[in-house]
Design a binder for this molecule. Sequence first.
Ligand code: ADP
Length: 503
Amino acid sequence: MADKPDTVPAEPCLDPFALARALSGKHFIGGRFVPALSGRSFPVVNPATGAEVARAAEGDAADVAAAVEDAARAQKEWARMPARRRGALVHACAAAIRPHIEELGRLIALETGKALRTESRVEANTVADILEFFGGLGGELKGETVPFAPDVLSITVREPLGVVGAIIPWNVPMLLMSLKVAPALVAGNSVVVKSAEEAPLAVLRICEIMNRVLPPGVFNILSGFGPDCGGPLVAHPLVRKVTFTGSVETGKIVYRTAAEKLIPVTLELGGKSPMIVFADCDFDRTVQGALTSMRFTRQGQSCTAASRIYVERPIFDRFLAAMKAALDRMVMGDPLDERTDIGTIVSPAQYEKVRAYIEEGRATPGATAHLCSALPTDPALKKGLFLQPVIFTGLESSSRLVREEIFGPVTVLTPFDTPEQVLAWANDSDYGLAASVWTNNLKHALEFTHRLEAGLVQVNQNLVVQANLSYGGVKNSGLGKEASLEAMLEHFTHKKTIMMKMG
Ligand code: ADP
């Protein structure tokens, strides 16, 4: 497909194919759409059919320099604006986004293969909510008075860091971008986002819509490949903070580059989150909870997916059977079809990676792969990246399927006999992002919330990241927090100390 010169419609566009074409071949820099300086672009593919639906501008170091220099110029003026006024503008961005929620849901379903009803529309709804939450926090950028001496007024003030480089992944790109951009802007920074190769369109559209409200240059977005576009963004001397969500391997590369420049980073990396089910749980609710915890509707493509489920032995067999039966009732199909519960894997590379894990599990002596649901039969979807959800049983804790993040619809069910045993297993991981405990025993619940090594522990529920609640992992799961007031203050400002001698 050639780059299309279609103009991007200002009105909400419910035809995601037309909107994808219109957004083709563009970055958004300095308040307007621009092509890549090199003129290059790469394909955006519908994973449900394998068809190319758009081209994305292929950014490199030259585009990064253009965007960052523009953002640096715009930031000076933006930082001088009263904080509550900045917040009000970010809040107004939410109002601009709201009429586009359905459009954004459809567009993200098209580019990622996430089912519209169960996932994509849900994600689109979070964007305005996040912008409204942070938009109200401008007045919270407060400092302190420090009791130094009676004739010295000693205070601290919160100042922005400058240009923030934000690198985002493809699984929930609109939500994760909003969690970075909104607090960064309210705190007085400008932002340059590098979108994920697999999902550059919906986030580009959000940037364009927000730029109808924001001054030009404070929020810019580039598409491109990781090393060629993300790398130069992290390395650019005018980028004074990097916030990254992605894999552990790339997170370490980003951290090393940032270390050379001595700039702060926030890293939201992977997870291998345990779900612990006691026999005294509310059985039906917990079976349903296992499905949502594992994010099966998103093909398990979630950092917080409950990819290790430990079930107390007396209910193990019944739990496995109920979980499989519930998964079998879920419909795989066209992500844009309202009847579909489960869409596709995002890309051929991810598909192959997940398939390799499944093959390895199936070849492991003693292991059983319980294949669930059913592949779609529609011939139009025959090239789609559909993969049946799998529940593995009989895997040892040394298995790569128990230890590594698969980022696919694969979970491992293991029976346990004692609380101490399951706590040891749950904590025996390089990751520490999220965990959940399902029980009606208050003692177990309370003890486990304290002893589980994770940034987020939930009891009898397993929700995704929520505005106002700090989110971030320990161990290999990352550094720093997102989503909260604390995240805005600690990660997008620095505290300046001011001392004034009186007389
Ligand atoms: P995955 O592809 O498994 O989601 P990655 O960590 O590779 O995980 O990708 C997350 C984001 O990081 C994407 O936007 C990707 O383009 C970007 N990225 C990949 N490699 C680099 C790199 N060397 N420097 C900066 N960003 C990168």
